[in-house]
Design a protein around this ligand. Structure first.
Ligand code: FAD
Length: 382
């Protein structure tokens, strides 16, 4: 089977699953903020928690490009599901690219089956963007480290059991990043889960506080078994994370467009379908153009990642553009749907509540612009 045929097969399988098992239940699960346990079990069985983990470690070994298409499909139906997979897979990607062979052998096969699921624990109550300001500290004690501090807004914080955890191993270090390290931290004594946080959208998936009180972790869980590399380790997962967030943006933007295209052909005012009014046509045209452009930016970034090239510029542009496309399209879809867009009985108001997260997560869009500009200046010096 050719690579394209294999990709088609995977996308068809995922789409059938989404239409049968997710679409009928998403609105109810979302409005009641219920974790989709049954859906997650099916996602495990399909191997989605091992999407980008190589086959030698028990995963599906999909390219970033195919993975992005899977995430687009998932996010068209319910963006929260993509979050359950994404932060888990960033943890897996970091383990794959920065971990020791022993860490890969130990963790990746269990990440791939979804037996161990989790995510990324970076943000703290006092800082998100400025990660070098974190206060969680790990102190060496014999063959272990002892960790104290807290994290917040951690996706999969309640339902997961293992996190790529960013800490300070030397809080006095200068520059600050030289004192940062990252661990693969599994829940056990001293690792406590705080509140489930309330949110505007992105419901169903749990966002929680994690609290570490004299949490003891073996030194061989330090990713790469080298202190002082934590920030680089965390940032190494960012390109994949940004491609994922961008793909979610394409999914949300596409759903807003598809719903609007259908609705505008059946809703009539002044004796004709609203799609015949030029004001609505302008909206549909802009929504479709933004969606297609976002999809192409995602493809460009994912293809570069698959070729093993540096792709922070491409991933940053894709994330910025696609997330803004999602925000734009969801608002326009609400206008096109009129009062019905404002009702929880249709999907539009969910898209409208989910989309803004994409402008905040994986580096805010303000930071994204500064990253893009810095990279451009570096790439094209005079
Ligand atoms: C639903 C949800 C899920 C999340 N999941 C996770 C997770 O799984 N793991 C995790 O670690 N975190 C997670 N986060 C946290 C998220 O990554 C942070 O919210 C994000 O990094 C921004 O940090 P902040 O909220 O502290 O904002 P701040 O860093 O306080 O920024 C506030 C504002 O200032 C701007 N700003 C900051 N610095 C600059 C600058 N230098 N130049 C220009 N503008 C600047 C920002 O763009 C923003 O507009 C999640 C957040 C949410 C809402």
């Amino acid at each position: 089977m050719s690579e394209q045929e294999q990709e088609r097969l995977i996308l068809d399988t995922v789409d059938k699953f989404l239409q049968k098992e997710v679409r009928p239940y998403a609105i109810e699960l979302e409005t009641s903020d219920t974790y989709p346990d049954d859906i997650v079990e099916q996602m495990k069985a399909m191997g989605l928690f091992g999407c980008i983990i190589p086959e030698e470690y028990g995963g599906l070994g999909l390219s970033a490009s195919t993975y992005a298409k899977v995430i687009e499909l998932v996010s068209r139906e319910w963006m929260s599901l993509s979050g359950i997979v994404n932060s888990h897979l960033i943890m897996a990607y970091i383990t794959l690219t920065q971990g020791t062979e022993q860490q890969k052998q130990h963790f990746l096969p269990r990440f791939a089956t979804g037996e161990i699921r989790g995510g990324l624990a970076l943000t703290e109550p006092n800082c998100g963007t400025d990660l070098q300001a974190i206060r969680t500290v790990a102190k060496r004690d014999g063959d272990d480290y002892v960790i104290n501090g807290s994290k917040t807004w951690i996706s999969n914080g309640i339902k997961g059991s293992c996190y790529a955890l960013l800490v300070k191993t030397d809080p006095q270090a200068s520059p600050r990043h030289a004192g940062m390290s990252m661990f693969l931290a599994e829940k056990r004594d001293g690792f406590n889960v705080g509140r489930k946080l309330k949110k505007l959208g992105y419901k169903g998936i749990d966002s929680a506080e994690l609290i570490f009180e004299n949490y003891r972790i073996p030194a061989n869980c330090l990713i790469g078994e080298q202190e002082g590399k934590g920030l680089q380790t965390a940032l190494s997962g960012l390109s994949l994370g940004r491609i994922n967030v961008a793909a979610r943006g394409v999914g949300v933007a596409q759903r807003a467009l598809s719903e609007s295209l259908s609705y505008s052909q059946v809703r009539e005012t002044f004796g004709q379908p609203i799609c015949q009014h030029q004001a609505i046509q302008l909206k549909l045209a802009d929504m479709a153009t933004k969606t297609e452009a976002a999809r192409l930016l995602v493809k460009q970034a994912a293809d570069a990642l698959d070729r093993g090239e540096r792709c922070d510029l491409e991933a940053g542009m894709a994330k910025l553009f696609a997330s803004e496309a999602a925000v734009h399209n969801s608002m326009e879809a609400m206008r096109i749907h009129g009062a019905y867009g404002y009702s929880p009985e249709l999907v539009i108001e969910r898209l409208y509540r989910d989309a803004p997260l994409l402008a905040i997560g994986e580096g805010t869009n303000e930071i994204q612009r500064t990253v893009i500009a810095k990279r451009l200046i570096e790439k094209y010096p005079v």
